[in-house]
Design a protein around this ligand. Structure first.
Ligand SMILES: Nc1nc2c(c(=O)[nH]1)N[C@H]1C(S)=C(S)[C@@H](COP(=O)(O)O)O[C@H]1N2
Ligand SMILES: [Mo]
Length: 422
C-alpha cells in the first residue's frame, strides 16, 4: 500500500522513466533466456534448461505487471508525444511486441489446458515477434543510447549548427554518413539485417520450423550407416498420410549419436520369458505395419500426418512374453543417457510403435534413426530417439525429462483413450 502511494506520488515523467527502465531490463533478460531456450545445445544442460524456462515464464508475468502499471498513463503519454512521429511509432511497435509476446506466452505457458493447435500458433507468434522484436530492441537501444546523444550534441555545436535536411540523393547519403548518430544507426540496422535476415527468411518461408524437412532428406546422407536399407511397405512408398506437414525440431540431450549396422543391436530384457536380441538385418525382417499419426512437443510445435512404418510395441512385447511381476516398460536410447517409461496399459495402446521408417524413408539420424519409439497420443518426450533397448520392470522408473520437472502424465489434451487404467 505504502509502495503504491509513493508510486502514485511520483511525477509523471519519473514514473514513465522507471517503467521504461523496468521494461528494458525485462525485455533484455527475457530475450537472453528465450534465445537460450531456443538454442538446441542448451538441452544438454537438462535441469538448468527447465529452471530457465520457469524463470522465463515468471519474468514474462512480471512484464505483464509493468505493462498494467503503464496502461493508465497511455493516453497522457500519447498526448505528450504529439508532433514526434518517430517516438509515436516506436511506442506503437513496442506495445504491439509486448502484447504479442505476452498473449502467445500465456498460451504456451498454459499448453496443458489447450489443444496443440493453440500452442502451434502461439509458438509461431512468439518466435516471429522475437525475430523481429529483438533486432528492433537492439537497434532502439543503440540508436537512442545516451552516449550517442552526447556525441551528437557535441558534433552539432562543433559545426555551429546541426546538419540541414538533405534534399537530394547525394545529400541524403552525405547526411547519413556525416551525422555520427545516423551513421551508427544505419550501421546497426545494416549489421542486424545481415545477421538475422537470412535466418529469419529461412524460418519464415521454410514453414516456421527450425529442423528437418523430410522432403529434402536423402537416405544414407547422414552419419548413420545401416545396411541393407529396409524395404518400405507399399503404404509407405507413397505415404498414405500424404507426407508430413510441418518440421521436426531436432532435439537431443546429448551430441547426436551415429550408428552402424556392424554393431547395432536391439534388445528386450528384464521380466520377460524370452529375452530378445536382434541385429539390424534380423530386426528389419520383423513384420512392420504402417500408421499415420501426429507428433506433438510440449514446447508448442507439432508435425501432422506422419506416415510411420514400424513394429507395434505390443507385438514386440508379445514376442518377449511379459512375466506377471512386470508393471512398467522402460526404454533405453542408444545415446546412453535418455530413458523413459510407460505402464503396461499405456504400452498396449495400439499406435505406440517402434518405428523404422517415416514417409517411406529410413528415419533420419537427427530424428532418432535408425529406430525410435513413437507414442503419438503423448507429448513427444516419451518418444525415445535412437531406441536400442526395452526392459520390463516391476518398479516405476522416472524418465530423463520427468526427473527434471516434466509431467509424468504426458497425455496430450483430448488424445487420452477413454479407458480406466491409463
Ligand atoms: N534420445 C532422446 N530422445 C528424445 C529426446 C532426446 O533429447 N533424446 N527428446 C524428446 C523430445 S522432448 C522431443 S519433442 C522429441 C523430438 O524429436 P525430434 O528431435 O525427432 O523432432 O524427441 C524426444 N525423444
Ligand atoms: Mo519435446
Amino acid at each position: 500500500m505504502k509502495l503504491w502511494s509513493t508510486w502514485k506520488k511520483k511525477p509523471f515523467g519519473k514514473r514513465l522513466a522507471a517503467l521504461h527502465a523496468w521494461n528494458a531490463w525485462l525485455v533484455l533478460v527475457l530475450a537472453v533466456s528465450g534465445m537460450l531456450l531456443f538454442f538446441q545445445p542448451f538441452r544438454e544442460l537438462g535441469r538448468i534448461r527447465v529452471l530457465t524456462k520457469e524463470a522465463h515464464i515468471w519474468l514474462g508475468l512480471l512484464s505483464v505487471v509493468v505493462l498494467l502499471l503503464y496502461l493508465p498513463s497511455l493516453i497522457r503519454h500519447i498526448r505528450q508525444l504529439k508532433g514526434k512521429p518517430e517516438q509515436q511509432w516506436n511506442l506503437g511497435v513496442v506495445l504491439v511486441l509486448l502484447v504479442g509476446w505476452i498473449v502467445s506466452g500465456i498460451v504456451l505457458w498454459q499448453f496443458r489446458r489447450l489443444p496443440p493447435v493453440w500452442s502451434n500458433g502461439a509458438l509461431l507468434v512468439h518466435d516471429l515477434f522475437t525475430w523481429v522484436g529483438v533486432p528492433y530492441a537492439i537497434y532502439h537501444s543503440v540508436s537512442r543510447s545516451r552516449w550517442l546523444k552526447v556525441k551528437q550534441r557535441k558534433t552539432a555545436s562543433a559545426d555551429g549548427e546541426p546538419m540541414p535536411a538533405a534534399p537530394s540523393l547525394a545529400g541524403s547519403v552525405r547526411h547519413v554518413l556525416y551525422t555520427r548518430r545516423s551513421f551508427i544507426r544505419w550501421s546497426v540496422a545494416g549489421v542486424l539485417v545481415l545477421l538475422v535476415g537470412p535466418k529469419f527468411a529461412r524460418w519464415l518461408f521454410g514453414g516456421g520450423g527450425a529442423g528437418v524437412d523430410l522432403a529434402d532428406y536423402i537416405p544414407g546422407s547422414d552419419g548413420n550407416h545401416m545396411v541393407p536399407e529396409p524395404v518400405p511397405h507399399p503404404d509407405s512408398v507413397v505415404p498414405i498420410g500424404g507426407g508430413s506437414k510441418g518440421e521436426f525440431r531436432i532435439y537431443s540431450v546429448t551430441p547426436i549419436p551415429a550408428f552402424s549396422s556392424d554393431n547395432w543391436a536391439f534388445t528386450i530384457g528384464g521380466l520377460v520369458n524370452h529375452p530378445q536380441k536382434w541385429n539390424w538385418k534380423q530386426f528389419t525382417d520383423i513384420e512392420r505395419k504402417v500408421q499415420v499419426s501426429d507428433f506433438h512437443c510440449v514446447t508448442g510445435w507439432s508435425v501432422y500426418h506422419n506416415t510411420w512404418e514400424g513394429i507395434p510395441l505390443s507385438k514386440l512385447l508379445e514376442m518377449a512374453g511379459i512375466q506377471p511381476k512386470a508393471r512398467f516398460v522402460k526404454f533405453y536410447s542408444g545415446d546412453g543417457v535418455y530413458t523413459d517409461t510407460l505402464t503396461l496399459a499405456q504400452a498396449a495402446v495400439a499406435d505406440v510403435m517402434v518405428a523404422v521408417m517415416l514417409d517411406g524413408k529410413p528415419i533420419p539420424q537427427d530424428l532418432g534413426g535408425p529406430v525410435r519409439l513413437i507414442v503419438p497420443k503423448m507429448y513427444a518426450y516419451k518418444s525415445v530417439k535412437w531406441l536400442q533397448g526395452i526392459e520390463l520392470i516391476a518398479d516405476e522408473h522416472i524418465g530423463y525429462w520427468e526427473v527434471r520437472g516434466y509431467d509424468i502424465d504426458a497425455w496430450v489434451l483430448g488424445l487420452k483413450p477413454k479407458q480406466a487404467n491409463l
